[in-house]
Write a protein that binds this ligand. Structure first.
Ligand SMILES: Cc1cc2nc3c(=O)[nH]c(=O)nc-3n(C[C@H](O)[C@H](O)[C@H](O)COP(=O)(O)OP(=O)(O)OC[C@H]3O[C@@H](n4cnc5c(N)ncnc54)[C@H](O)[C@@H]3O)c2cc1C
Length: 318
């Protein structure tokens, strides 16, 4: 711990830094499951992000210190043992980078660029205020835009890749590179970033004009639908398992039909109101949640022969 303390003191004395630095920061404060042990060194850079982070990453690599990038923690199950090394939280790096250039023609006339730590719901609101359509489906979805691109998050018939124009990333050599979307590299819950260790710095979307009132009505309908489905009732990470066409039905339906709603392990429970949501009923540990994920997958394998793939990502030291 002392070594990491010295490391960050040295880095922050040599590079311009604004933001938050904490040692042994409980990840239960930064995950929607509200579980997870300590991040050895948790750093949330603010405006210094694009200049500071490459320096930090380069020095961390030189020092053999692992780095984990966390967005809103809404798709993460962080182990109770926590995360070794540095956890780089993008939540301080938020807001619009560039609004559409009205002098341009073609798609760039409605291209909106956000910092990657912007909450998905806030981005949808910003687009609505500008009378730009395309991000409505993100209304009410927890997490950041960086996480939405990394996961190729999807709902209500739309996926993030559908509106994505390009990303600005810090590549594996810590260079800032613009990456135009290659549609072939995205598919159901898959993005090219899952095969890389790049940091998504900003995200640009190609949107289309639409009256703000209509956009807001649709967004409100999505938020209400999520509320009605119980999405915000308990801490969770949304869908626990991926869907797969070969199931012939949703993963949630498979789980429901086996009567697994309400099944529990410690403080973790298959939501009584939704087969594909695992909830923290109040005192769950990450170990409870993991145990339940594996138990449900076992029961589904035994009952149907299908292999469920967790959508929730396991992070930290298991
Ligand atoms: C109530 C609820 C409802 C949900 N509904 C949906 C839904 O309808 N559809 C859906 O697809 N998902 C849903 N989710 C899951 C989750 O909200 C999405 O997957 C979201 O896009 C994750 O974003 P995040 O910022 O929280 O990412 P995190 O969970 O923090 O991270 C996810 C992954 O992205 C990586 N990552 C994050 N930011 C960056 C970055 N800037 N650079 C590089 N890597 C990065 C992380 O390292 C990690 O591997 C739901 C979750 C909850 C709690």
């Amino acid at each position: 711990m002392l070594t990491l303390q010295k490391f960050i003191e040295r880095i922050n004395s040599r590079a311009e830094f604004d933001g938050l630095v904490r040692f042994a920061e409980s990840m239960s404060l930064h995950t929607t499951f509200k579980t997870g042990g300590p991040a050895d060194l948790w750093i949330q850079p603010g405006d210094c992000f694009p200049g500071y982070v490459p320096f930090l990453l380069r020095e961390a690599r030189a020092g053999g210190i692992p780095v984990f990038v966390a967005g809103g923690g809404s798709n993460l199950l962080v182990s109770d043992r926590g995360i070794r090394g540095i956890t780089l939280d993008t939540g301080g790096w938020k807001g619009v980078v560039k609004t559409p250039d009205s002098d341009r023609r073609g798609p760039e006339a409605a291209r909106l660029e956000f910092r990657s730590g912007t909450q998905a719901d806030e981005a949808a609101e910003t687009a609505a205020a500008l009378g730009l359509s395309g991000l409505e489906f993100l209304a009410g979805m927890p997490g950041t835009l960086g996480g939405a691109v990394w996961m190729n998050a999807r709902c209500y018939g739309h996926e993030t890749a559908g509106v994505l124009a390009e990303t600005l990333i810090l590549d594996e050599n810590f260079e800032c590179v613009r990456v135009p979307k290659n549609v072939e590299e995205f598919s159901y819950k898959k993005s090219p970033f899952q095969k890389r260790s790049a940091v998504i710095v900003s995200v640009s979307f190609d949107l289309v004009p639409r009256p703000a009132r209509e956009i807001r009505e649709e967004m409100e309908a999505f938020r209400l639908d999520r509320k009605a489905k119980g999405h915000y009732r308990y801490p969770s990470a949304g869908s626990a398992f991926k869907n797969d066409r070969k199931f012939g039905k949703s993963a949630g339906k498979l789980i429901d039909e086996l009567g697994l709603r309400g099944l529990s392990a410690g403080g973790a429970q298959v939501a009584p109101f939704h087969g594909n949501i695992i909830i923290n009923t109040g005192n769950a540990t990450s170990a409870d949640i993991r145990k339940l994920i594996l138990l449900v997958a076992d029961r589904v394998r035994a009952g149907t022969g299908f292999e469920l793939e967790p959508e929730i990502l396991f992070a930290g030291e298991w």
